[in-house]
Structures are given as C-alpha cells and as structure tokens.
Design a protein around this ligand. Structure first.
Ligand SMILES: [Zn+2]
Length: 257
C-alpha cells in the first residue's frame, strides 16, 4: 500500500461515530452547491451536469477527509456519469482494470430516481436510512454512499456496503443508518397508478389504439398485445411486444357483472 492510500485507510478507520460535524458539513455543501452550480439552482433542481458530481467529490473530500481521497487516487482517473437508465440502483462505483494493469474509477448516479421523486403527494423518502427533504439532499446521501465505496476501493482494493467495515465508516463519517435507499422507483410509481404486471391497458401505436397486458415495468412498460404474427408465450397464445412510456398508457377498467 502506498503512503497516500495508507493515509486514507487510517483516516477512514479512525472516524468518530456520531460526530456533530457531519450534518453541519453536509448542510454547508448543500448551500455551496446552490450558490456555485450553474445547473443546480434550487433544492428541487430540474437540471444536473456532470460537473456537479465533480463538485460534490471535491467538497466531500475537502470537508470530510482533508483531501486524502483525491491524494489516494494518485494517477488513477476518476470519472462521473449521469445514468438515465438505472431505475432501481441509486448509484454505482466501479473500478476498471485495463489489460496493462492500469486502474480507473467511475461513480454513476441514477438521475431518473432523483427526478421522478418528490412529487407533492409522495410519501416520505429516506436515503441511507435518513429522511431527505429535497432532491439535493437525496443526491448528497447517494453520493456519500458512493464516496465511501470509492474510498474503500482505494484503501483495500474492495468494497461491500453490506459489510461491517463499510457500515462503520458510513455511520462514523456521515451518520448513515442503512446502506439502502427508499427512493420512489418507476415500478412503485407504476404500481401506485395500477400498472402492475397483468393489468389490461390501452395505448396508441402509430395512430392505432392497441389493447394489451402489462408484462413488466422498468423505465417503460412492456405490454403484450395478442397478435397471430407475434411470438408464442407460455400461455400458448401469440403476442407482439411493445415498449410504452408509462405516460402513454391508460388502464382499462375490469368489467363488472
Ligand atoms: Zn453500496
């Protein structure tokens, strides 16, 4: 282990749990982001830029680790990604190793989970076991979690958020109470309005109104429409598969006797 990595590992293992420092520092980062970002202009921001993730990295590394994470990266590149298609996972941290042995890291944040949530009638949302009041707080909690994954990777070459070491660091550094998020997923949103698998729905396709059955819901719904030129399914009937955005679907009321 290089001195910079050793330095980071020691800092991570010596964090004091329950320090009053962390909520204050996190609020400071919240305020600084709103003051300095060109895209995140309000707590329920509507736009985000990759530079905002770089800003968060610098802010967290400075406020919480005196720059030790950046130092431990040494010459390894760290890149960020706004992931539009991740619909369940809120963030990922990946370590890539090229054939020549060179390592790089990437932190990805799921933007659809952030942007879909926080409607006026929505239930309370927690991230890492902490209630979050606005979209920026949610982003910060997700980022804090990924930041620890990166730090652990740099220090020990691996990271697992369901293990004790991760959880000690997460509690000590950020006061996290869980390693999961309870953001509102597309699946939950769809189920709320009745688009569960098995529901009968109608939608417009190239000007024609089709009727089908919801098979699966991710970012869009997979709808099966009975058609003799389709593929045979396990019920012995033939269906064509359509991928329909949820806003394009209407629920068909079940006929009552
Ligand atoms: Zn994790």
């Amino acid at each position: 282990m290089t001195p910079a990595k050793q330095n980071l590992a020691e800092a991570l293992l010596s964090v004091e749990p329950g320090s009053m420092l962390s909520p204050q520092q996190a609020r400071q980062i919240h305020a600084d982001m709103l003051a300095q970002s060109t895209h995140i202009r309000q707590p329920h921001f509507r736009n985000i830029h990759i530079n905002d993730l770089q800003f968060l990295f610098n802010a967290y590394d400075t406020h919480f680790l005196n720059g030790r994470c950046g130092q431990a990266l040494e010459s390894a590149p760290l890149t960020f990604r706004l992931a539009k298609r991740m619909t369940k996972t809120a963030g990922t941290t990946t370590r890539f190793r090229a054939r020549d042995g060179r390592v790089r890291y990437e932190i990805a944040i799921a933007t659809s989970l952030l942007f879909d949530g926080f409607g006026p009638a929505d239930r309370e949302v927690t991230v890492c076991g902490l209630p979050v009041a606005d979209r920026l707080e949610a982003l910060q909690r997700v980022f804090e979690h990924e930041f620890i994954h990166l730090c652990e990777n740099l220090s020990w070459g691996d990271s697992n958020c369901s293990e004790g070491r991760f959880q000690l660091i997460a509690t000590g550094l950020f006061g996290h109470k869980s390693h999961k998020h309870a953001l509102i997923t597309r699946g939950e949103r769809a189920a709320e309005i009745g688009f569960r698998p098995g529901a009968r729905v109608t939608f417009l396709h190239e000007g024609q109104r089709l009727v089908g059955v919801v098979n699966r819901v991710t970012k869009r719904a997979t709808v099966l429409v009975e058609n003799s030129s389709g593929r045979r399914f396990s019920d012995g009937r033939y269906y064509l598969t359509y991928y329909v955005p949820l806003r394009g679907l209407s629920l068909m009321q079940a006929a009552t006797a």
